[in-house]
Design a protein. Structure first.
Length: 374
């Protein structure tokens, strides 16, 4: 393979891996700290700082070393680090919760997410930040093509970042999960390094062992549960929109999304009220004059979740006609599998609430319940 072609390939996949790690970081932190704009700000900010530091260090290293051996050795270290994030990340995050629960209880989410992000992601992202200036140094043959080569390397890195933004969100995270997404991109980085070592006939053993180790971790039936402390867990998974966790006790089935301890839906197996603030929504129909439990009602639930509010409405207002709108199709699947939502209790539309309201399916309703944040 021509020298500059491999440099371009490296720039492309390093850019892709940066964005994949960034998206994986937000999902990993969401399992405990939520996926709010605060968490996204912390993730983006710290990653940009790490890349900036990497740019500075990478430029200086490139001036000291004439070949790419040092860069590809560092990329191999970054690959190994990324591969171990799914194994140790949840423990680091839980440690941060315990630590800042005592030190900064009023700023637990901010302090814990900053600490976790620094510990887990700074090292590999600083290394990936080194790649572009180092690759420019390796790719420039003379001053006549300096600008063109630099532009091409940065363009390919940016194109890789664009693709690395879409692949985790739309492909790997919904299908194989966040943990294995880390493994996939760690393997890509390790294979880049391995190819370099093979072409230079040096450090082959190190490259082979590292790549095989990452591949084994990716394929091994490891317990990668984020809710490893949860005794009553009956389902854990991810969708395009959420980290999903379902727990069951003798009395309840509970859905949590993007949080360690929060609750999005509670289903009482005996059909009774939950005892939480959700129950107050059942008072809303009585703002209508001459309302009785037997009245016919058209009810819309935007952000239906697992349909627990719809079930309660149907239970207390048996003549109600209920439409439920939920953007996450996996949550709808969970509603039927674990929360006993029946077809006759609600007509379910998998759609964004705003889009639904503009569609032909929407109509005039007596009650609209809004519980959506996407």
């Amino acid at each position: 393979m021509k020298k500059n072609l491999f440099i371009y390939i490296t720039a492309f996949f390093c850019g892709m891996s940066v964005m994949a790690v960034e998206l994986g970081a937000s999902r990993l932190l969401a399992t405990t700290f939520s996926s709010s704009s605060v968490i996204w700000t912390i993730v983006i900010g710290l990653i940009m700082i790490s890349l900036s530091i990497g740019n500075i260090i990478g430029g200086r290293l490139a001036d000291r070393h004439k070949d790419g051996g040092r860069l590809y050795s560092l990329l191999l270290l970054a690959a190994l680090w990324i591969a171990f994030i799914p194994l140790v990340g949840k423990y680091i995050i839980d440690f941060s919760v315990i630590l800042f629960m005592w030190i900064l209880p009023n700023n637990l989410i901010i302090a814990g997410s900053v600490f976790s992000c620094i510990v887990l992601f700074t090292f590999p992202l600083v290394i990936m930040g080194m790649a572009s200036p180092y690759l420019v140094k390796l790719g420039v043959k003379n001053m006549d093509d300096n600008g063109r080569t630099t532009g091409e390397i940065y363009a390919l890195s940016t194109i890789g970042s664009i693709i690395g933004t879409f692949i985790p969100t739309f492909v790997t995270i919904p299908t194989i999960g966040t943990s294995k997404t880390f493994f996939v991109f760690a393997l890509i980085l390790s294979l880049l390094s391995l190819y370099y070592f093979i072409s230079r006939k040096t450090k082959l053993l190190k490259g082979i062992i590292s790549s095989v180790l990452i591949l084994v971790l990716m394929l091994a039936p490891l317990n990668l549960s984020y809710a490893f402390w949860e005794k009553n867990l009956i389902y854990e998974g991810e969708s395009m929109y959420n980290y999903l966790k379902v727990t069951e006790t003798d009395e309840n089935v509970i859905l949590s999304t993007n949080v360690a301890f929060g609750v999005q839906s509670i289903y009482r197996k005996d059909g009774s009220l939950t005892g939480y603030y959700y129950d107050y929504g059942l008072m809303a129909p009585f703002f209508k004059s001459d309302m009785t439990f037997d009245n016919k009602l058209d009810i819309l639930v935007l952000g239906m979740g697992t349909g627990t509010f719809a079930k309660q409405c149907k239970h207390f207002f048996p003549n109600a006609s209920i439409d439920g709108v939920e953007i996450d199709s996996k949550i709808v699947d969970l509603s039927k599998k674990y929360f006993d939502l029946k077809d006759e209790e609600a007509r379910v539309y998998i759609n964004d609430g705003r889009t639904f309201l503009k569609s032909a399916d929407a109509k005039k309703y007596d009650l609209v319940m809004v519980d959506a944040y996407h």
